[in-house]
Design a protein around this ligand. Sequence first.
Ligand code: ZN
Length: 172
Amino acid sequence: MAETDSTPTPRGTAGYLTPYPYLDRLQEKMEERLARKVPVKGRFCGFCYARLRETDTVCPFCSHTVELAGTVDEIPQPVLAAYKARQRSEALWVYLSAFVGLIAASVLFVVMVLWGPGILGHPALAFTVLIGGGYLLAQVTGPMLGGQVGYRRGSRKRDELWAAWLKQRDGP
Ligand SMILES: [Zn+2]
């Protein structure tokens, strides 16, 4: 039975500390698998489903011995679904925030053209602000603000799904 009782505290990346650090380390690998950039079949850790090398006797991700955890030749679908939930949440929040940034730049553009005094009301300057500011806002609000929210929400969701999987697999 894994430690499911450790409560996430506002530490770690973006204010969320996963109770399962190996999931964070596996996230990128699992996204490669989800995108089918790596073979579906292989030799995977029987506990955390990390891909193992032939020479591994201890899993480099969850530290279980291969002898104890065993191996499987494919990652179970519910496990992949957990990683996908995190990936989706992160992408969604990045896009949403970038969109909000672009809207903000568009509003500023309209305000400048309609009410900007003197040079500030010149369409050319307002247009520069729209493009430059929109780009900047999308860059900042998307990955930085949205990415953080998405990371937190997505990680929490993934960890819940993983906890449910452990419970189902290993029993209470
Ligand atoms: Zn493992």
